[in-house]
Design a protein around this ligand. Structure first.
Ligand SMILES: Nc1ncnc2c1ncn2[C@@H]1O[C@H](COP(=O)(O)OP(=O)(O)OP(=O)(O)O)[C@@H](O)[C@H]1O
Ligand SMILES: [Mg+2]
Length: 251
């Protein structure tokens, strides 16, 4: 069993895309997966084709009892081995510290729940605030996502610093899994330059190959199906890259 928090400093770089790509890769390997949507934007919730639900992560964190996350678990339309804890807008109220156990509520709520799955993926919001701290407190691994742009180096450095701080203060088992570079367009010299820069700064952490930018990624998300089920050459390229990220996560 592995629990991985997927985070970034910046918004829109592909955290949810990586969570969905990894969930699909694990699904294609017949692994059981739980996706915890810890982002009030609820993008993963929308893409996973979930049935109507009344209980979501905000209620789970408000309750805070050990194992209570089980009450919010719903099956995904993707297939029988894929489950999710959905999010909704009101989860935003939980993104600032509240009380001494504020950052460990997710971990406690997943007690006896996470260990029923081969892989638990936590989709973080675009900040390093309390919801991301909860994700880092609950995880064994942290996967940092970045685009190969001007802010990549700075963003990855700060995200890794947040992981280190969470390890020291909240969770000694936490380790950085790696840095997933997303939306690479190899024809752009700027992207190639930024990728090289990331390799130089984090030689052991960059996961190769990066995830290419392909319209199939957006099409599959829009249709609420795994990219692994999308029949196009672009999808297959993305699928191969996500498979390598999954190998890294499970290593
Ligand atoms: N490799 C890719 N190829 C094509 N489109 C992509 C790729 N990765 C992400 N996108 C698109 O970019 C947008 C942002 O991606 P995503 O929602 O995964 O980012 P995020 O980091 O989760 O954003 P937020 O910080 O708002 O949660 C989405 O519309 C997504 O479909
Ligand atoms: Mg997202």
């Amino acid at each position: 069993m592995t629990t991985v928090a997927v985070l970034s400093l910046k918004g829109g770089v592909g955290k949810t895309t990586c969570v969905l790509g990894l969930a699909g890769a694990a699904w294609a390997r017949n692994l059981s997966v739980l996706v915890v949507d810890a982002d009030p934007q609820a993008n993963a919730t929308a893409a996973l084709d979930l049935p109507p639900h009344v209980f979501s992560l905000g209620d789970v964190l408000a309750d805070g009892r050990p194992g209570i996350a089980k009450e919010a678990v719903v099956p995904s339309g993707w297939g029988p081995r894929l489950h999710a804890v959905p999010s909704e807008e009101a989860l935003a109220h939980r993104n600032r510290p509240e009380g001494p156990d504020s950052a460990t509520r997710l971990r406690v709520s997943l007690t006896g729940v996470a260990d029923r799955y081969d892989l638990v993926l936590i989709d973080c919001p675009p900040s390093l605030d309390e919801l991301t701290r909860n994700a880092l407190a609950a995880a064994d691994g942290a996967l940092v996502v970045t685009e190969p742009g001007f802010f990549a180096l700075q963003g990855a450095t700060r995200a890794l610093a947040a992981v280190e701080a969470a390890r020291d203060s909240l969770n000694l088992r936490l380790r950085p899994v790696g840095i997933c570079v997303n939306r690479l367009r190899t024809q752009l010299s700027e992207h190639r330059y930024r990728l090289e820069e990331l390799h130089m700064a984090f030689p052991d952490l960059i996961i190769d190959p990066p995830i290419p930018e392909r319209s199939a990624v957006q099409q599959a998300q829009g249709a609420s199906v795994p990219i692994q089920a999308w029949p196009s050459p672009g999808a297959r390229e993305a699928v191969e890259a996500f498979d390598d990220v999954l190998d890294r996560v499970l290593r």
